[in-house]
Design a binder for this molecule. Structure first.
Ligand code: ADP
Ligand code: MG
Length: 233
């Protein structure tokens, strides 16, 4: 077995609203390089909170996360922000693109902090937009594009710095079923062709069919993990 690329150890996150709610309750999870993991669970079961912890967007009250050898607990906010930029890609339900920037400019954004030169940044963004099937949309702004096209831009942006892991929170939750299937197929293609590791929160059948493992969350806990049944190629 290889070293996991991401390890979460006994994570806890609570919110205090009159009573204490454990949004994430003693969750441990290891993600192998190249794995495609889907996390399912009812609304309020803690999926988004867990993903925020894994992505270093939020801090647990206890537990540890180790990404590619870096322990989050040893990093200050700047260190964590640097780790997110270099090693993580994020995809959200509502795309979260910058509205006044073109598709190309949105994809270049994460690379602007990495000290690369302008022409290589533009070349990379351009080839990523080609890879997600948007070669004719590079100079369009988000509102000139369909939901599926906006999510493709967001996926290209998430891949810009060749992240160790892409974390996606209900990436097809705002798309029709045909478009959802296309987005799921795109994740699957990057998973297979680039060995890109994905941790995706999704109820979408088209997404779960590509998963190596499906983790089920209830009340802040991972209550079961299904492994892919068919023989791997
Ligand atoms: P899911 O993504 O599975 O729908 P969430 O992670 O958003 O679940 O929420 C898990 C639980 O934590 C819910 O009970 C929710 O109300 C609570 N929660 C999430 N974020 C906050 C917050 N910022 N403040 C208070 N409670 C929160
Ligand atoms: Mg959620």
């Amino acid at each position: 077995m290889q070293e996991p690329i991401l390890r979460a150890i006994s994570l806890n996150k609570a919110f205090f609203l009159g009573e204490t709610i454990y949004a994430v309750n003693n969750v441990s999870l290891s993600v192998e390089p190249g794995e495609f993991i889907v996390i399912m669970g009812p609304s309020g079961s803690g999926k988004s909170t867990l993903l925020s912890l894994l992505g270093g967007l939020d801090r647990p009250i206890s537990g540890e996360i180790i990404l590619d050898g870096s322990r989050y607990s040893l990093l200050n906010e700047n260190g964590l922000a640097g780790l997110r930029r270099e090693k993580l890609g994020f995809v959200f339900q509502f795309f979260n693109l910058i509205p006044h920037l073109t598709a190309l400019e949105n994809v270049t954004l994460p690379m602007r902090f990495m000290g690369k030169d302008e022409s290589s940044i533009k070349d990379k963004a351009s080839s990523l937009l080609d890879a997600v099937g948007l070669n004719a949309r590079k100079s369009h702004r988000p509102l000139q594009m369909s939901g599926g096209e906006q999510q493709r831009v967001a996926i290209a942006r998430a891949l810009a710095n060749s992240p160790s892991i892409v974390l996606a929170d209900e990436p097809t939750g705002n798309l029709d079923s045909k478009t959802s299937g296309e987005i799921a197929a795109l994740f699957q293609r990057f998973n297979h062709e680039m060995k890109q590791t994905f941790v995706v929160v999704s109820h979408d059948e088209s997404m779960t069919q590509y998963a190596d493992r499906v983790a089920h969350m209830r009340d802040g806990r991972i209550v079961g993990i299904d492994e892919k049944q068919e023989a791997q190629g």
